[in-house]
Design a protein around this ligand. Structure first.
Ligand code: DC
Length: 224
């Protein structure tokens, strides 16, 4: 069974997706981490991130691996290098939308994402275009959202906890900018699939959202 979870930045979808995967014992694939890993490598190699050909070659030629969940932790490696923490830096966050809007980069990563289904029949796959492009035949599609202010507050708290010096209005502005780039790109834009279940997490706890999704999955299993 493939469960597609899409939604904008800081909507709570990662926390929810990991928890759902853990409860079901399914493989968890964070596709945002894959775009971040390519971005991290491009920055490390000092590529000009407006050079699309170079980015596509890099995305095609890189080996990205996402480990199995241990509780709700997982590691991301690119060509064997552990980048789990590095891909969350503000520098990578600022550049990732530019890299992920390149059609050839998306093609390369979508191929990798689809190939995971050959190994893992049961997966929770999280991203922006999973229900629309990567797995349009997913068994369950969820689109998770929350108000921009709530998402900014959540991301701000996360960054603060990690020791980043940043203010709330900058975080909110960055989130709105990223949403705009992600939703208006011509290939694989962030958008809800018509058959996706919409869940607004603004006034909900993680536990409530996870339970709502588990209930949807159970219903689906019963109705076949
Ligand atoms: O989920 P995230 O914030 O870690 O994703 C990082 C970026 O990657 C986000 O700005 C959009 C992009 N992304 C994408 O274009 N397609 C996906 N399936 C997942 C993420």
């Amino acid at each position: 069974m493939i469960i597609a979870i899409d939604g904008p930045a800081a909507s709570g979808k990662s926390t929810v997706a990991k928890e759902v995967a853990k409860r079901l014992g399914y493989k968890y694939i964070d596709t945002g981490a894959m775009y971040r890993a390519v971005t991290w490598k491009a920055l490390k190699e000092k590529l000009d991130i407006t050079n699309e050909d170079a980015l596509v070659a890099l995305a095609r030629g890189s080996n990205i691996e996402i480990s199995d969940l241990k509780n709700t932790h997982y590691t991301v490696t690119i060509d064997g290098e552990d980048v789990t923490e590095a891909i969350r830096s503000p520098k990578v966050s600022a550049a990732v939308s530019t890299v992920s809007k390149v059609p050839g980069v998306r093609n390369a990563l979508v191929k990798k994402q689809r190939s995971y289904a050959d190994y893992y029949p049961n997966m929770v796959v999280e991203g922006r275009d999973i229900g629309t492009v990567v797995f349009p035949d997913a068994d369950i599609k969820i689109f998770i959202t929350a108000s921009p202010m709530e998402r900014a507050r959540r991301r701000y708290r996360e960054l603060k906890e990690k020791g980043h010096k940043i203010d709330l209005s900058t975080v909110e502005r960055d989130i709105i900018t990223r949403d705009k780039i992600d939703s208006t790109r011509p290939v694989g834009p962030l958008t809800k699939a018509p058959d996706a279940h919409l869940i607004d997490t603004t006034n909900k706890t993680i536990g409530q959202v996870v339970q709502q999704i588990i209930d949807l999955i159970k219903k689906q299993l019963v109705s076949g």
